[in-house]
Ligand binder design. Structure first.
Ligand code: A2P
Length: 343
């Protein structure tokens, strides 16, 4: 079956990876449309060595579209996703807009593929940091049960879009020349203050909520429970931006329900879908973002049993936030739907 595909936000950091993933994975495309803001409409975009003209994302642009990948920000999804679904498209939305909506499946195929059957035209792609964490935790949870998760993230700037990547580059060059470093985007474009990310670490991603956690932290907390079908799971997150272009890293502390050894956790992760176990401290083998950029899997290393709690384990989880964290997971959702006759 060949499909009519649309990419909304085609010129962005995730949109560009979406194009690459569709080609690389040989997605069955009859026709493809590239949608973005009015600023980009009329400009050329390349796909599979062919040139296409970018169109403005409007409700009418979705006529005849089978599947629409949205990655143009929450406000664009709020305005256009239901318009696309109304016209018969299945929307796979990469923004946070619909994720916690009870009628919208929030899916990581390795974890909760079966939730796709309950869709009403819109499927949400989870937050990038959440995706890589649940891919690593689901197989452990299935085997030993899971009661608690405490995660600290080390998140790359590409999660904040192309302009944040450019800002890191510009600031690094400014430092080299001894110039004053200007900051306009991070930690959150819409917030009052901006701080440099070059030579820095910022303990704020997205804006703050009333409880003192940021929205990014609340996304990890709420989305993890929804995807894993564990509403009672105890989850806490601290989300931090670091001067890395792509590849999110996470220090994850978990508590399991049944007795397990470090070898048990190794064994489960060695056989887990979408996971590569990279853990050999005798060879200084552990995952790092610079080496996972452009790679599909979720890498796990530095596995340790807690010294005080035998049911506590520490993991280091790294993945390319633009791939498994965004574009790849979205395309895998579409592939799963095709295979399950849902598209
Ligand atoms: P454009 O390039 O025309 O601004 P990033 O996450 O890398 O910042 O990319 C954001 C993506 O969302 C870009 O493709 C951008 O297109 C697109 N976008 C931003 N605003 C709109 C809008 N109002 N309608 C459609 N697409 C938009």
């Amino acid at each position: 079956k060949q499909l009519v595909v649309a990419i909304v936000g085609a010129t962005g950091a995730v949109g560009s990876q979406m194009k690459e993933q569709l080609i690389k994975r040989n997605f069955p495309i009859k026709h493809i449309k590239f949608l973005a803001s009015a600023r980009s409409a009329g400009k050329e975009i390349e796909f599979n060595d062919q040139k296409y003209i970018i169109e403005e994302a409007t409700p009418e642009a979705f006529e005849g579209v089978d599947v629409a990948f949205f990655s143009a920000g929450g406000s664009v999804s709020a305005k256009l996703a239901t318009e696309a679904a109304k016209r018969g498209a299945v929307v796979i939305d990469n923004t946070s807009h619909f994720r916690m909506h009870p009628d919208v499946p929030l899916v990581v195929p390795e974890v909760n593929r079966e939730d796709l059957t309950k869709h009403n035209g819109i499927i949400a792609n989870p937050n990038c940091s959440t995706i890589q964490m649940v891919v690593a935790l689901q197989p452990i949870s299935e085997k030993f049960g899971l009661s608690k998760v405490v995660v600290s993230t080390y998140q790359a700037v590409s999660g904040s879009g192309i302009s944040a990547i450019e800002e890191l580059r510009a600031q690094s060059a400014e430092w080299e020349k001894g110039k004053n470093v200007e900051a306009h985007i991070l930690p959150a474009k819409s917030d009052k203050k901006h701080y440099p990310i070059a030579r820095n670490v910022i303990p704020q991603i997205d804006v703050f909520t009333d409880n003192g956690f940021t929205y990014e932290e609340m996304k990890m907390i709420n989305e993890t429970k929804k995807i894993m079908h564990l509403p009672e799971l105890s989850v806490a997150a601290t989300c931090v931006r670091v001067p890395v272009v792509s590849g999110h890293s996470e220090s994850v502390y978990i508590e399991v329900e049944q007795d397990a050894t470090k070898e048990d956790i190794f064994e489960v992760l060695r056989n887990a879908p979408g996971v590569v176990l990279q853990d050999d401290i005798t060879q200084q083998e552990y995952p790092m973002p610079i080496f996972v950029e452009g790679e599909d899997p979720v890498y796990v290393g530095r596995i340790r049993q807690d010294l005080d709690n035998k049911k506590g384990f520490h993991l280091w989880v790294v993945s390319d936030n633009l791939l498994k964290g965004a574009a790849l997971n979205s395309v895998q959702i579409a592939e799963a739907m095709l295979a399950d006759n849902l598209l």
